[in-house]
Ligand binder design. Structure first.
Ligand code: ADP
Ligand code: MG
Ligand code: ZN
Length: 196
């Protein structure tokens, strides 16, 4: 729940969780509500995420909203409209950790910053940018999807294809949501903890 802040105060909201947990849906919902309040909103996403569209943020159930594409978080400063009250970033796990500094500056200027992204990769390892952002943020929402094996709430991403490499873009064919019990990491990665 977002509380009432004194005018001119900025803050950071994180929306995290696995794939299919409704992060983008929730981001779009918050943006629509800000627009009803007649607040100028800007939405950014990393260029790497071209799954549905170059210039739109699209949820798995087909909701969409126009966005600007960036390679690095600092580009937000170049594209920023000084009038923007709300700055939203989707798929922030694919952006550099400098995103945290950028969000801090924007919030320091009195803007509301909403950052959505995966908190963990297909091995259950934290994505650094989201991990750091959760510490920096005033509000953290952690969504869960539904485990496709047993129907329990799911907080992990099970990769379904044989591939190594942290970033393999994909959707239902490549990943599914799994709960702790049904998640099966690769053997060698089972005991791996965060490597800084
Ligand atoms: P995210 O941005 O977290 O990947 P989206 O907001 O794009 O999620 O999509 C959420 C939608 O995905 C849900 O409303 C539902 O329609 C769909 N969906 C597909 N698979 C699942 C699943 N395993 N659990 C929950 N929702 C799912
Ligand atoms: Mg999404
Ligand atoms: Zn399960």
């Amino acid at each position: 729940m977002i509380h009432q802040h004194p005018p001119g105060t900025g803050w950071i909201e994180v929306i995290c969780g696995p794939m299919f947990s409704g992060k983008t849906e929730e981001l779009i919902r918050r943006i629509h509500r800000a627009r009803y309040a007649r607040q100028k909103v800007q939405i950014f996403k990393p260029a790497i995420d071209v799954r549905y569209d170059q210039t739109k943020v699209v949820s798995h159930n087909g909701r969409e909203i126009p966005s600007s594409t960036i390679d690095q978080a600092a580009e937000i400063f170049d594209l920023l409209d000084p009038e923007s009250r709300v700055v939203a970033i989707d798929e922030a796990q694919f952006l550099d950790t400098d995103t945290v500094r950028v969000a801090r500056v924007l919030a320091g200027e009195g803007r509301r910053v909403i950052v959505a992204g995966l908190d963990q990769d297909y091995r259950g390892q934290p994505f650094e940018t989201m991990m750091l952002m959760m510490v920096e943020a005033e509000y953290v929402t952690k969504n869960m999807a539904i485990c496709l094996v047993c129907g329990a709430p799911a907080h992990r991403n099970q990769r379904l294809i044989e591939a190594s490499g942290r970033v393999i873009l994909g959707s239902e064919a490549e990943y599914e949501a799994r709960c702790r019990r049904c998640f099966k990491p690769l053997k060698a990665e089972e005991d791996l903890l965060f490597e800084a």
